[in-house]
Design a protein around this ligand. Sequence first.
Ligand SMILES: Cc1cc2nc3c(=O)[nH]c(=O)nc-3n(C[C@H](O)[C@H](O)[C@H](O)COP(=O)(O)OP(=O)(O)OC[C@H]3O[C@@H](n4cnc5c(N)ncnc54)[C@H](O)[C@@H]3O)c2cc1C
Ligand code: FES
Length: 518
Amino acid sequence: MKQDTATKVIPNQSVWTSYQMPEFEPLRESIRTDVCIIGAGIAGLSCAYMLREAGKKVVVLDDGPIAGGMTEMTTAHLSNEIDDRYTEIERLHGEAGARLAAESHTAAINRIELIAKKEKIACDFERLDGYLFLGPGQNDQILDQELLASHRAGLTDVQKYECAPIDCFDTGPCLCFPNQGMFHPLKYLAGLSKAITRDGGQIFTHTHADQVESGPLARVKANHHTVSADFVIIATNTPINDRLVIHTKQAPYLTYVIGAQVPHSSVPKALFWDTLDPYHYVRLQPHKRRGHNGADSHDILIVGGEDHKTGQANHHEERYLRLEHWARERFPMMGDMELTWSGQVMETFDGLAFIGRNPLDSENVFVATGDSGMGMTHGTIAGILLADLIMGRSNPWASLYDPSRKMTVSLREFALENANVAMQYTDWFTSGDVRSKDDILPGTGAIVRRGLVKIAAFRDDAGVLHECSAICPHLGCIVHWNGNEKTWDCPCHGSRFDPLGKVLNGPSNSNLAQVDVK
Ligand SMILES: Cc1cc2nc3c(=O)[nH]c(=O)nc-3n(C[C@H](O)[C@H](O)[C@H](O)COP(=O)(O)OP(=O)(O)OC[C@H]3O[C@@H](n4cnc5c(N)ncnc54)[C@H](O)[C@@H]3O)c2cc1C
Ligand code: FES
């Protein structure tokens, strides 16, 4: 495989990471507001923008910078082809449900375009076609059925081609979904945050929301202060306030991406997805870096896939190599690899996000989660739908995305998913990853058994060992070391922690416990 040693691959940084985002202060006093939103990714900031537009006072809290969660790791396809495909969405939600799904994702792309125009956000938004093509050996019927299901869902302009009408890539038979979109997600969120604060909304970063107390006046405890609010929206990608209900209906998956150089304009701007499971996803990001001769040197071809359940597999090098191999076979003009990164998506068992009132909670607490590979549109749908629910306006999508909806997946499918979680508890009784902490190399982590307990042990680059409990504070599964991102990942519901045990992703809302080193 070709790899120019002159180009050093930057690991664990997405193609957007280098973009300088606006900065905000931490929360320093207790305040009162109409709506408190926890999480400043695309879901949280879309909610804040649309509620502010509707006249509500909003406060957004994030424990990192804005857009520093999964929104930074996205590949930012804006699509109304659902990644589980309409054939499946129709099976699970009926023809009427599939129509609403198509309508809502189409509306989300339109809304992003509209906001970018209205707020003059230069976020590189572009309309383009999306092509769904078969994996090797797959039957053409998959496309025929999807074509009919998309038409029944109202996307009557979807067409089948013998091959995508582009020179560089022989897709074979494919469906064309016209009028999709792509943009630079961080530029868009930078623009949203500016508009929110310009209109009186408040954003506080480096502010971890420790607790959400429900009630007619909800209270969010953060940084030793309280935000009191009539409504709370939990937009933390996976809810940090819901112990069980939501987490038995969705599963966390890690997905991997490579970014490689291709000559400028050698690959047309289009979105590509195949019909494998897990599927590959491809787009281009125009890159305006200047070459030695002063000309634009190259674009970045972004290729993703190789998903697996969080904490239940490893071998990231092989996954990146497989993606590279797959991409070079289809895009022979591909040059050096520049970036590799990965991130987590939450897959609901019936293919659509959970957006609405948090089950078993007060009427005024809302969640947005379960956005799978469609988080850009699902996050925008959350903005539109939750603003409507809070403003008391009716919205035709409310029951489709209701987190308390009755799921039509078979009992068998439901049981299989949850049996997988139950299986993870057997980790309590297995041996550690290494026999002794001395076997842990600098810059790596491993689970060590010490008597009845398991320790998550990380040796830093200077050789110092850091230990914490390996028990996930959410519901007690044993975390696993992720050597790619250098995180501790929980295989049950996707909580993730940094090497020293600090929580990065819910549902756990607290760090791995300290252990008595003795
Ligand atoms: C590799 C990859 C490729 C993807 N590609 C696509 C794609 O092409 N198209 C698409 O539509 N979707 C895609 N997705 C999915 C999409 O990126 C995500 O679903 C979306 O970004 C999630 O946005 P969010 O706002 O829900 O969560 P996030 O962006 O993760 O935001 C949640 C925020 O909550 C904060 N937070 C968490 N807990 C707390 C707390 N206790 N207190 C305060 N703040 C807290 C975090 O710091 C974070 O900033 C992809 C995802 C990945 C990983
Ligand atoms: S995320 Fe639920 S037990 Fe860890």
